[in-house]
Design a protein around this ligand. Structure first.
Ligand code: NAI
Length: 257
């Protein structure tokens, strides 16, 4: 019986994953703003620290997995606070508990957007683990008409880079802990309901994220991959960004050399 913490467990991908893991026999510690085992606001350092403490209390000295699904697509500082630091600080804070397991695993939820243009100074501040600086850089991001904000891609691209660096840093590979990123294309969850319902938004999104294989994904698609990556069966996959995107990344990058 494995104990897995899942953030964003009250909705969408996180809720689907929590149900899948429970069905498989794992014990899930759900973390969210409401309707969760651990109610915490991952937008602030205090909220993250409280979440780490509350997970530790329930985990009984050992945590077998962490999957960070909590995130927001509302442009602004919450993307920096929740998408990035809500993932990295939780993983770092829970590392001792994960290392206490014989099969600790970490999965962060990124996005196909991580391959799209990002704002380099913001990515740099995120990877420097400087939240204040990152919030200031995010403030500088100018949104050009007809283009999506670069804050979201920046947080997701930085998460991917964080996973690559962290997985081989002391305390992770040497403690037997793989760290991977699941990067979905468009997934039908409350996050995208309004987007796909608006013909104009849908057109922009379909051009940015073409999904020739099976179209928009159900939340079970990324959840099933996360469930495997966080399982004891995953012994050697680490530092990877695995796209669950119906061929979007392949389409966008097939012209690259
Ligand atoms: P969702 O909106 O259905 O669920 C997100 C959950 O995160 C919610 O339960 C929400 O309460 C929680 N959350 C938000 N802010 C929080 C905070 N400050 N503290 C604690 N919990 C907080 O969204 P969905 O679609 O399930 O997204 C999950 C992850 O997948 C996000 O990181 C998102 O960026 C990513 N993603 C989603 C895609 C999509 O098309 N739906 C595509 C690519 C990535």
């Amino acid at each position: 019986n494995r104990t897995i913490a899942v953030t964003g467990s009250a909705s969408g991908i996180g809720a689907t994953l929590a149900a899948l893991l429970t069905e498989r026999g794992d014990t899930v510690i759900g973390v969210d703003l409401a309707d969760a085992d651990v109610v915490a606001d991952l937008a602030s350092p205090e909220g993250r620290a409280a979440a780490v403490r509350a997970i530790a209390e329930r985990a009984d000295g050992r945590l077998d997995g962490l999957v960070t699904c909590a995130g927001t697509s509302i442009p602004g500082p919450a993307m920096v606070r929740v998408n990035y630091f809500g993932s990295t600080e939780l993983a770092t804070g829970l590392q001792p508990l994960l290392a206490a397991s014989s099969d600790g695993r970490v999965v962060l939820v990124g996005s196909i957007s991580g391959t799209q243009p990002s704002y380099a100074p913001l990515v740099e501040a995120l990877l420097a683990d400087d939240e204040q600086q990152a919030l200031e850089r995010a403030d500088e991001v100018v949104v050009a008409a007809g283009h999506p904000s670069q804050i979201y891609p920046s947080t997701k691209s930085a998460l991917a880079q964080w996973a690559r660096r962290t997985c081989v840093a002391p305390g992770w590979a040497d403690a037997g802990i793989p760290v991977n990123v699941v990067a979905p294309g468009v997934v039908l969850t409350p996050m995208t309901t309004a987007l796909v319902a608006d013909p104009q938004m849908k057109q922009v999104m379909d051009a940015a994220v073409p999904m020739p294989l099976h179209g928009y994904a159900p939340p079970a698609a990324p959840a099933a991959l996360a469930a495997w990556l966080v399982s004891a069966e995953n012994t050697h996959v680490t530092g990877q960004v695995v796209y669950v995107d119906g061929g979007a990344e392949a389409t966008l990058r097939s012209a690259d050399h």
